[in-house]
Write a protein that binds this ligand. Structure first.
Ligand SMILES: *Cc1c(COP(=O)(O)O)cnc(C)c1O
Length: 406
């Protein structure tokens, strides 16, 4: 077999469908977020990033970068091993304590990413709990789906954000078997938020274990940045709260928070936790500084909400179609993969505005979109430039506007 011929055929199929991914080659500029430099074949150009998951710009906060530099000088570059074999650094221990406290839990456990935390924790729980049944929200993230699949546990998909459907399904299942209800708080593509209390009500009636992914909420919601469950006073009702250190906290890593027994169990049985090098001490130190900062400072969160409201209002005023949602994510709907990519290319080439197109399979076909994520660091001028560029493109392409336009 000619392997490369096969690979190229597969890639051509993606290109034909308009969903071949092209990465923007960026250099982020510390101290100037959301500004970055893009490397292209024609040379370098300045761009404004409008689609980063570094939602609060913590990736360049001096308290974070300072802590990372100090940790490198103290401890060197890498952890030097898995957590079990010489790789547990004191920063890991402090960070796990800080995360447990953030979510009001007895313990927390770090992973190399949010993806790995979902894959390893859900996979291990569903595989090891005898005869477990998983109830998984229809819109759950790939990392949860892969973990559940890997466990080979019986799985039922309930309708997205629908506690009634969850209740109906639970009624049909053997009451003696252990159940895991897995869902997210903020869904990152539509920006909608789960009815966490109602889902917990249903899960509690059936004695189910509740697993909440707060990846798009930690740092951003709640008085200490504990997420939507903190904001709504519900953290104690969740068996596990899972989060990332790579989005609003601005660095890298993932974690679960829950009971001591649960965290010790995952620590002791999850392959994806055990057999991999621990996060570098500097990463743990940087995220520790970020979590600590956002626990006591709400300035970033309020400015973030202010910027989001402003962008949303301006888009609404010119009739750009978007999903109205209660979160910080602004999905501008295009509904066609090629158009979506073309608009994104124009924004970048003609306006120096970078918004990555989001196409299938990340979102369903026909719902292709530009996912705009304002940060506290986007200025009024940045917003003016975004709005006038989008307005110009919408007119040029004769794209439909929505009638709510003033
Ligand atoms: C990004 C994401 C993850 C994975 O987190 P990483 O730290 O980026 O690996 C998990 N869950 C959801 C819902 C996500 O969007």
């Amino acid at each position: 077999m000619d392997f490369d011929v096969f690979f190229n055929q597969q890639l051509d199929a993606l290109k034909q469908e308009g969903r071949y991914r092209v990465f923007a080659d960026l250099e982020r500029k510390a101290g100037a977020f959301p500004a970055a430099v893009q490397h292209t074949e024609a040379g370098i150009k300045d761009v404004t990033v409008w689609c980063s998951n570094d939602y609060l710009g913590m990736g360049q906060h001096p308290c974070v970068t300072g802590a990372m530099k100090e940790a490198i000088d103290r401890c060197g570059a890498g952890a030097g091993g898995t957590r079990n074999i010489s790789g547990t650094n004191h920063y890991h221990v402090l960070l796990e304590q800080e995360l447990a406290d953030l979510h009001g839990k007895e313990a927390a456990l770090l992973f190399t990413s949010g993806y790995v935390s979902n894959w390893a924790a859900l996979g291990t729980l569903a595989a090891r709990l005898p005869r477990a049944i998983v109830l998984s929200d229809a819109s759950n993230h790939a990392s949860m789906i892969e973990g559940i699949r890997h466990s080979r546990a019986e799985t039922h998909i309930f309708k997205h954000n629908d506690p009634e459907d969850l209740a109906q399904r639970l009624l049909t299942l053997d009451p003696e078997r252990p159940k895991i209800v897995a869902f997210e708080s903020v869904y990152s593509m539509d920006g909608d938020i789960a009815p966490i209390a109602e889902i917990c009500d249903v899960a509690e009636r059936h004695g189910a274990f509740t697993y909440l992914d707060e990846v798009h909420a930690v740092g951003l919601y709640g008085p200490r940045g504990g997420g939507v469950a903190e904001r709504e006073g519900l953290m104690h009702r969740l068996s596990v709260i899972e989060g990332t250190l790579g989005k609003a906290f601005g660095v890298m890593g993932g974690y679960i928070a829950g009971s001591s027994a649960l965290c010790d169990f995952i620590r002791s049985y999850a392959s994806g936790f055990i057999f991999t090098t621990a996060l570098p001490p500097a990463i743990a130190a940087g995220t520790l500084a970020s979590v600590r900062h956002l626990k006591v400072s709400s300035a970033e969160r309020s400015r973030h909400q202010n910027r989001v409201a402003k962008v949303r209002a301006r888009l609404k005023a010119i009739g750009i179609p978007m999903i109205d949602n209660p979160s910080h994510i602004i999905p501008v709907m295009v509904g066609n993969a090629k158009k979506c990519k073309q608009i994104s290319d124009w924004l970048l080439e003609n306006h120096g505005i970078y918004v990555q197109p989001i196409n299938y399979p990340t979102v369903p076909k026909g719902t292709e979109r530009l996912r705009i994520t304002p940060s506290p660091l986007h200025s009024d001028g940045d917003i003016d430039r975004l709005i006038s560029a989008l307005s110009e493109i919408w007119s040029q392409c004769a794209l439909a506007r929505v009638s709510s336009a003033a």
